[in-house]
Ligand binder design. Structure first.
Ligand SMILES: [Zn+2]
Length: 110
């Protein structure tokens, strides 16, 4: 437990935001993404830095192999948002196994 810097409320250490005033409790949010099966010993770590000053905010991408960093780059929030849009806009449509089966069955000529 720690004290929220904004409202002084008591906040559990696992919380990312204060449950009383919604103040971010961490200045850095981190997520790991596994490499493909051929690169399963590598991972992409994405860290979002949440500073109060807008010009300090950024997203850092680092490539990890086992326990060390092989390379990293930081993007401003607007460029990171553009990356997010690129990934969403170019994602293939979700597979629908039932539709695939129906298409195969209806393609059979008796
Ligand atoms: Zn608070």
């Amino acid at each position: 437990m720690h004290e929220c810097a904004r409202c002084s409320g008591s906040v559990g250490d696992a919380f990312r935001f204060c449950p009383w005033c919604a103040e971010p409790q961490r200045l850095k949010l981190v997520e790991f993404f596994r490499g493909r099966s051929s690169e399963e010993d590598r991972a992409l770590r994405v860290s979002r830095y949440l500073h109060d000053q807008l010009d300090e905010r950024h997203v850092r991408f680092s490539i990890w192999s086992e326990a060390r960093v092989e390379g990293a780059v930081s993007l401003d929030d607007d460029e990171a948002e553009r990356l997010g849009r690129f990934l969403l806009d170019t994602a293939p449509p979700p597979r629908n196994p039932l539709r695939d089966l129906l298409d195969r069955v209806t393609a059979i000529r008796f």
